[in-house]
Write a protein that binds this ligand. Structure first.
Ligand code: ATP
Ligand code: MG
Length: 418
């Protein structure tokens, strides 16, 4: 039979990689809980209009990257390319927008984007995301950034730098946009077709284009940070003070604009060194207009998305490896049918008591069972035969030291957890 392969740009995650995945997911859930964020689970697909409005018509995500399909009843859906729009929709739809502020949610979700697969970029990927709504001040920006920074630190990642910028607000951006448009018109012949198409409608997107010639144009473009209104400048200055006091290091990087349309004021990225071209492990910022855009109340918002694969690349780069956290404490090697059955019962009881234990289910020889116990990394092996069952005593061996101890069959749990 011909083999069927997984779709391009997707992943099968198996041991030992899955230990790292689980460890990261556990860490982000721990950290998010410590920051008072509650987990939210949203649908894998949504009406396409949610992303058109929530992410923005002129973005690469909406223009080129969405997986869309028409349902049997003719409704157009998209596999979620990100989480923020869905979470904002869920808050509005479930009446949470009137809860006591701020609203603090996080999620660990798979997202789908039709992109060219490479290291750190796949078509299905997992994102850890946070959203904080209802807090317009820079204390919220600080909280979100420090959450991201804490996760990165607790994962043992040390090769990451925080880049911050402000892209202004509806008050100061129009003036800047006109200046930028003028500059782009002057450099039109160097831009790609996509950028020429969007330079009049959404010139900021051009600054985020991945094409080399466009990047060069972006390099010398007027900078948002030089055109902030007093309120936006003040917001950034306060955030900088708060980060400085907490000892969170950052660089001001005028080139960070973020790919999604709904951002205002603060935008930031945590960028890793040495993991290849896709080096942004975390991207986020403020989106004070999003809730209203989706039919909710006027409400400030800020958050980030962190790609798990890129975290893993950064961890690898820093030499962090995660072992199987559930190696068996005990393997019972048995001889004869009576002992094999007794082994099943003992192991069953140990497992119910929270102890990782195993025994033979393959009718293997004693020698083969010992080999298996070694292979699965059991800490202790207990030898069980008719004689042991009769006397109620058996020899237990610690694999690493080969030290043997005679114990009563009643005290197995106590011995291996001591
Ligand atoms: P990029 O510039 O890398 O395409 P983006 O601006 O499209 O990023 P966001 O939409 O802000 O990214 O997503 C937040 C994070 O999700 C990124 O910083 C990255 O870690 C991760 N991410 C985004 N797209 C992918 C992908 N195709 N594969 C793996 N991870 C991704
Ligand atoms: Mg992208």
């Amino acid at each position: 039979m011909e083999k069927i392969m997984k779709p391009r740009g997707t992943m099968d995650i198996m041991a030992p990689d899955v230990y790292t995945w689980n460890y990261i997911e556990k860490t982000v859930r721990d950290v998010a809980a410590r920051f008072g964020f509650s987990e939210v689970r949203v649908p894998t697909f949504e009406e396409i209009g949610l992303f058109r409005r929530g992410v923005g018509e002129s973005t690469d995500v909406v223009q080129k990257e969405m997986y869309t399909f028409t349902d049997k009843d003719g409704t157009m859906y998209a596999l979620r390319p990100e989480g923020t729009a869905s979470v904002a929709r869920a808050i509005i739809e479930n009446g949470k927008a009137t809860d006591t502020l701020p609203l603090k949610y996080f999620y660990v979700i798979n997202c789908f984007r039709y992109e060219k697969p490479e290291a750190g970029r796949s078509r299905e990927f997992v994102q850890f995301g946070t959203e904080m709504f209802g807090a317009p001040g820079s204390a919220a920006d600080f909280t979100i950034i420090s959450l991201g920074s804490t996760v990165i630190q607790e994962l043992g990642i040390t090769n990451v730098k925080l880049h911050i910028n402000s892209i202004g607000c509806p008050n100061c951006r129009p003036v800047y946009r006109e200046k930028l448009k003028e500059y782009l018109r002057e450099n039109k012949d160097k831009l790609c077709d996509t950028c020429i198409g969007r330079m009049e409608t959404n010139p900021l997107r051009v600054l985020d284009c991945k094409n080399e010639p466009c990047k060069e144009v972006a390099e010398n473009a007027p900078r948002t940070i030089d055109h902030l209104c007093p309120e936006c400048a003040e917001h950034l200055a306060t955030l900088r003070e708060q980060l400085d006091s907490a000892g969170i290091e950052y660089v001001i990087d005028p080139h960070i604009v973020r790919g999604l349309d709904y951002y205002t004021r603060t935008v930031f990225e945590f960028i890793a060194e040495g993991i290849g071209a896709q080096s942004t492990v975390c991207g986020g910022g403020r989106y004070d207009g999003l809730m209203e855009e989706l039919g909710g109340p006027k409400m400030a918002g800020i958050g980030f998305g962190m790609g798990i694969t890129r975290l893993i690349l950064a961890m690898n780069q820093c030499g962090v490896t995660i072992e199987n956290p559930n190696l068996p404490k005990l393997y019972i090697a048995s001889m004869g049918q009576t002992a094999a059955n007794r082994a099943l019962t003992i192991v069953n009881d140990l497992r119910k008591n929270g102890i990782v234990a195993d025994c033979d289910v393959m009718s293997r020889s004693l020698k083969a069972q010992m080999k298996y116990a070694d292979k699965i990394g059991a800490k202790y092996v207990l030898m069980l035969g008719d004689n042991e069952i009769e006397t109620g005593k058996a020899t237990i061996k610690e694999m690493a030291t080969s030290e043997q101890t005679e114990i009563s069959l009643d005290e197995i749990a106590a011995f291996i957890t001591k």
